[in-house]
Design a protein around this ligand. Structure first.
Ligand code: CA
Ligand code: CA
Length: 297
């Protein structure tokens, strides 16, 4: 008799536990189906070449990224907000979706709708647009059976104004380098070269800036596994306040610290703020970044 009661009790507990699990699963909502626009990308009136980066952003946050392929086509899956997570991690019905091509706002915008698959042809105007190139892979030894996948390494170089012939100490400068969504702080060597290990591969946008130069940008380039040797151009001096434009504010700083060792306006890094630094500022006056670069390796 006691044995039968015990069994009934255990069975009741088991049934309750199963019911709890079923109820918990029922409460969790299914994740929303993404919004999937697709279509062509036109840049300055011409269909985009392959490997141009296309992003979908909601409220300034990128929720989907792809690149053009097959002669200017793109397709995106813009994820929806998971109702079971406290943070916003995607779109909700009615959200405005903005599209960016190589970092530039394209038109038209759209509205997020779960499960919608609509054609949306994007157009964008990009001053000084230079189409991306697919690099020639760097020659590497024949792979062995035990070879592991190569990470992506950026072997960058910049030119600096008004410096002695390299190698020389004034070529050693701090750089902020942005590769896709990743930002790095690094230093050049005495010839303006730098190395970044394990950077994101595939199609990327790369921007480089020193605290007193304006920034240079490669709008879209494909980074391959292994070393990627990349010339990031001449960094133009004169941005004393590091706001990516050379203007009257920078001149005011230079005038304030003239004849001192203040690094903000010692553009040629020779240890003194003088007429040479003023000449650099004057020659680059009104330049602003980012300057788009033609890719060369
Ligand atoms: Ca400035
Ligand atoms: Ca100087």
């Amino acid at each position: 008799m006691r044995h039968t009661s015990l069994c009934r009790g255990l069975a009741a507990v088991l049934v309750l536990a199963i019911c709890s699990l079923i109820c918990a699963a029922a409460v969790r909502a299914a994740p929303p189906i993404p919004y999937s626009p697709w279509g062509t990308v036109t840049i300055n009136g011409a269909l985009a070449t392959d490997w141009v980066i296309v992003e979908a952003r909601i409220g300034g946050v990128t929720y989907a990224t792809t690149h053009t392929t097959g002669g200017g086509w793109y397709a995106l899956d813009v994820v929806g907000d998971d109702p079971d997570s406290p943070q916003k991690d995607g779109g909700v019905p009615g959200d405005t979706v903005l599209f960016y091509v190589a970092g530039y706002l394209a038109s038209p915008s759209s509205t997020w709708a779960s499960g919608a698959k609509a054609r949306l042809d994007l157009t964008v105007s990009i001053p000084g647009w230079i189409p991306p190139v697919t690099p020639t892979p760097t020659a590497t030894p024949a792979p062995t059976p035990t070879a592991t996948p190569q990470t992506v390494t950026l072997l960058g170089r910049v030119s600096l104004q008004a410096r002695p012939t390299p190698p020389a100490i004034p070529w050693v400068v701090a750089l902020r380098v942005q590769v896709g969504n990743a930002t790095y702080t690094t230093w050049t060597d005495t010839s303006g070269r730098f190395v970044l290990l394990d950077v994101p591969g595939g199609p990327q946008q790369i921007t480089v800036k020193n605290a007193h130069t304006i920034s240079n940008r490669i709008a879209s380039i494909v980074l391959l596994p292994g070393p990627n040797d990349l010339d990031l151009g001449t960094l133009w001096e004169g941005d004393a306040n590091d706001d990516d434009v050379v203007d009257i504010t920078d001149f005011s700083i230079l005038r304030l610290v003239f004849a001192t060792t203040d690094g903000r306006a010692d553009f040629n890094q020779d240890g003194i703020v003088d007429i040479l630094d003023f000449s650099l500022l004057r020659s680059n006056f009104a330049k602003h970044g980012p300057l788009l670069l033609r890719v060369s390796r």
